[in-house]
Design a protein around this ligand. Structure first.
Ligand SMILES: [Cu+2]
Length: 506
């Protein structure tokens, strides 16, 4: 608690002394209105043009300048078959640097779209990404440069990879991607700054909730319809506890494909960049509210409006059955021998403050965060002033290799291809600001096998794991994909505040 006091004091001092607390002019609202997201089916060998640029989008009763891929938020829903290879000709038509990162896709290293592989693309530049999709499920593309601003303004889109095995997922009537996000709207403007990284402490928690870029999202449905929801958290920082009032959720998949076993749940926590594949069945006509159900507050995110007409085919029986996924179980089997081994690598998540440490009792908010997040997750921004005033100059978020003491980009691990690695990640509860961090590994997949020593019994392949404040998580990394890759916190503001390291697979 004492450390937290010091943190808040220091941030206050830095800000009051520096006085750099402003927003640059937001981009002018263009005449081009955001379009509806198209569904684009690409075959093996196809090429597709994708351009990032400004659009006008109405949120609430205000038109805003937002960013979009091919003019829609989310960008095109790109459907491919498992195993397909496609080429995306990406053009940066924005006024900020850009990279196209295809999140969770185990593509060749050269096309990862991070700063390790290519220089950030200037406005007007183009790059061709050759992507291959070895895994079924939901993946997504987003910027890996100026992410706080670009992704926060709407740069995100989906890859839906149809399984090679048609029985991989249970049958449904329809598939719908749902991008969860939020926008920080102040004085009628989206308060994201192109030129300055602010809110480095917690990240931007928006005050307007969005699904697929809409503040009043509605999905029309039929009674008796089974719908697969591909839910993606595209927010910069906010974790969601996804629920639909009056409906049970059937959790069938996660980041990189199906769970070993489908399960019925009331809600699921989805942190930035994580995905949940959720089947629902509409029992009756009516309105169902999509919610972010946190311990202190329920946020309305949108609605499902079910009419009384029925679909031609009913999958009611398939929905009620809880399928076992042999493909996932068999893909995990070779890794089980490693579950009980001692971890080879140990990471700690923590924070550092720059500058002189000066006491200033008036800024003392200590202890508050911990009290408001007894479950180790900050569901909303309870310290808005402190958060707003923090920036990448005053705060350094850190991933520490506990075996060597190295931090962030000084960490340089080398893994042998196809040799599983057990990594223990500890989120220090005594740091100056303990909070949850979604840790993402590029280009690989992993299993979350234990939380605080408790064995996880229903697994799915993942590329991001939420580590709560105080929590210890064990993962088994499958270093299947050679090259030089990044691992980082997927709170965009934490990434920009240094919370990143590199590893090689040889
Ligand atoms: Cu973080």
């Amino acid at each position: 608690m004492k450390n937290q006091n010091i943190l808040y004091i220091i941030i206050g001092v830095v800000i009051l002394a520096g006085g750099y607390f402003f927003l640059s002019e937001s981009a002018p609202v263009p005449s081009r209105e955001a379009a509806a997201s198209p569904v684009v089916e690409l075959k093996n060998g196809d090429t597709y043009d994708l351009t990032a640029g400004y659009v006008a989008k109405t949120i609430g009763d205000m038109r805003h300048a937002m960013l979009a891929y091919n003019g829609s938020i989310p960008g095109p829903i790109i459907k491919v078959a498992q195993g397909a290879e496609i080429t995306i000709n990406f053009k940066n038509n924005t006024d900020i640097p850009a990279l196209l990162h295809s999140h969770g896709v185990r593509m060749d290293n050269a096309f990862d779209g991070s700063q390790l592989q290519q220089k950030e693309m200037k406005p007007g530049e183009s790059f061709s990404y050759k992507l291959k999709f070895p895994d079924a499920g939901i993946y997504w593309y987003h910027p890996h440069a100026k992410e706080v601003y670009g992704q926060g303004l709407g740069l995100y889109g989906a890859f839906i990879v149809a399984p090679a095995d048609s029985d991989y997922f249970p049958p449904v009537n329809r598939e719908i991607p749902l991008f969860l996000s939020d926008a920080p709207i102040e004085n009628g403007k989206i308060a994201l700054d192109k030129d300055m990284a602010s809110h480095s402490l917690m990240g931007h928690y928006g005050n307007v909730m969005l699904i697929n870029g809409e503040d009043a999202y509605n999905l029309d449905a039929q009674t008796g319809e089974a719908i697969r929801l591909y839910v993606v958290n595209a927010a910069n920082a906010r974790p969601f506890n996804f629920a639909i009032e009056g409906l049970k959720l059937k959790l069938v998949g996660a980041d990189n494909g199906a769970y070993e076993r489908a399960s019925f749940i009331d809600s699921v926590v989805i942190s930035p960049s994580e995905r949940a594949i959720i089947d629902i069945f509409i029992p009756n006509a009516g309105i169902y509210e999509i919610q972010n159900k946190t311990p202190n507050r329920v946020y309305a995110l949108g609605t499902i409006s079910a009419k009384s007409d029925h679909p031609d085919i009913s999958y009611a029986r398939e929905f009620d059955a809880l399928q076992t996924n042999q493909g996932t179980i068999q893909s995990i089997n070779p890794f089980r021998a490693f579950f009980d081994q001692e971890p080879t690598k140990h990471l700690a998540l923590t924070i550092d403050m720059g500058g002189d440490q000066m006491p200033m009792e008036s800024m003392n908010h200590g202890g508050r965060m911990a009290q408001e997040s007894p479950d180790g997750i900050e569901w909303d921004d309870a310290n808005q002033m402190m958060n707003r005033m923090s920036n990448a100059g005053s705060i350094k978020w850190k991933i520490v290799d506990r075996d060597t003491g190295k931090e962030n980009m000084d960490i340089d691990w080398t893994f042998t291809q196809d040799t599983p690695m057990k990594i223990r990640i500890f989120n220090d509860p005594d740091s100056m600001h303990p909070m949850q961090h979604p840790i993402h590994f590029h280009g690989q997949r992993f299993l979350v096998i234990a939380r605080d020593g408790a064995e996880q019994t229903n697994l799915a392949w993942k590329d991001t794991v939420l580590v709560k404040a105080g929590e210890t998580v064990d993962i088994i990394l499958d270093p299947s994909n050679p090259g030089e890759w990044m691992a980082h916190c997927h709170i965009s503001e934490h990434l920009e505040a240094g919370m990143i390291f590199r590893f090689r697979v040889k």
